[in-house]
Design a protein around this ligand. Sequence first.
Ligand code: MN
Length: 426
Amino acid sequence: MGMIHANDPSLTSWIPVAPDSDFPIQNLPYGIFKPSNRAPRVGVAIGDFVLDLHVLQETGYFEGFKLPFQIFRRPFLNDFMALGKQKTNRVRERISEILREDNHELRENKIVRHRAVIPMEEVEMQMPVFARDYTDFYSSIEHATNVGKMFRDPDNALLPNWKHIPVGYHGRASSIVLSGTSIKRPSGQTKADTADAPTFGPSKLLDFELEMAFVTNVATPMGDSISTTHAETFIFGMVLFNDWSARDIQKWEYVPLGPFLGKNFASSISPWVVPLEALEPFRVGGPKQDPEPLPYLKQEGPKNFDINLEVAIQPNDGEEHTVCRSNFKHMYWSMSQQLAHHTVNGCNINPGDLYGSGTISGPTPDSYGSMLELSWRGTKPITLPDGSTRKFIEDYDTVVMRGYCKNDNYRIGFGEVRTQVLPAYL
Ligand code: MN
C-alpha cells in the first residue's frame, strides 16, 4: 500500500477533477448528504462527485478499521469526529488511497462504484454538524481597529484588553443554517442618535460578516483545559461562516452585556468541512503579537493558515459582484489560542461545536469583511454592475462567500456559503 500521504501533490484520482475544482484528491472534505429516498449519510467531495462512505463501509472498504456499526449512516458528522484524530486521520488516508489513479479496488468494482460515487448535483446537502454551542471571536486586528475607529475613539481604537485576550462571546447555535437557506430580515428596536426614544421595525442596516468557523471533534470533561500545544488535536476542520448582523439593532442593545438580537437571528455555514490535515501545506505564521501574550496563550510554530476569501453580492436577477477579497492569515489570534483561551477556565467542549473567527478584514479597504467597514458606516456606498448602490444588504440580495488555498502544486477550496435575504415580516 505504501506510505503516500494524502497531501502528496503528485496524487491524482481516477475520478475526473477539473483544475479549478475546489475538491481535488488532496482536499477530501466531509459533509452530510441525502441521496434520494435514502437516509442522510457522510460523504466526501471529490471533483463534481460525492463519495458515499456508508456504502464503502457496508461493502468492506474499511475492514480492520474497527469503526462503529454504521458510523457513516448518521445525520451529522458528530459521531465520526468523536472517534478522535487518530481514527479519522486513518480514514482520510484510506479514502485517498481508494481514490488514487492507480488503485483499482473501487475503480474496477462497477457495482459498488455506481452506488458509492454520486454526481454532486443529484444530492441534497444537509447541516454537516450538530452544534450544541457556538462561540464567536473578534480576532481580526484590522476589523477590531476599524470598528473602534468608527464607534469609539479613532486614537484608541482597540480596547485595552484586545491584545491580551482573544475576545469573544457566546452566540446562538439554534439559528445556524446551511448555505442555500434564505433568511428573513430581522426586526427589532433601534434608536437614531437624534431620537429621544427607540422605535420598532425591520433592521435598516443588515450586514454580513466574512468569517470562518472551526469545529471541535471530541468532548472534554468540565474542569479540563486545552493547551495551545494540543489545541489542533481537538479541531476537526473548518467551514465558511457568514455571521449575519443587524448593525442598528446591535448598536442600541449591546451595552453593557454585548451582542444579542442583532446577532442571534441567523448565521450561515458552508456544507463541506475541510479537515485541518488538508490545510497543512498552507500553514503560515501569524502577525507578530506585541505585547507578548500570557504564558497560557503562547504558541510554538506557525498556527495560521493561508486561505483566500471572497465575498460577492448578487442583486435579485442581477449579476454577482465581488465586494471583498481577504485572507484568513491576517487573524491576530490563532484558532489554537482561541481554544486555549476558551477552555482555560475549565469550560468543556463538545463534538460539533462551532467557533467563529470574527470578521476577517485585511489591511486594505477592499479586504474589509463587512459592509459596515466596506461602506465605512454608510459614508462610501459601493456601486454594483447594475448601477445600484449598497451601503448595507437589501431585500432579495444574495451574499456569496468563497474560500480556497492555493500553492504551486494545487488548490483546495471550501465551496461556498450562499444566502438570500428576504423581506421582514411586518
Ligand atoms: Mn461575528
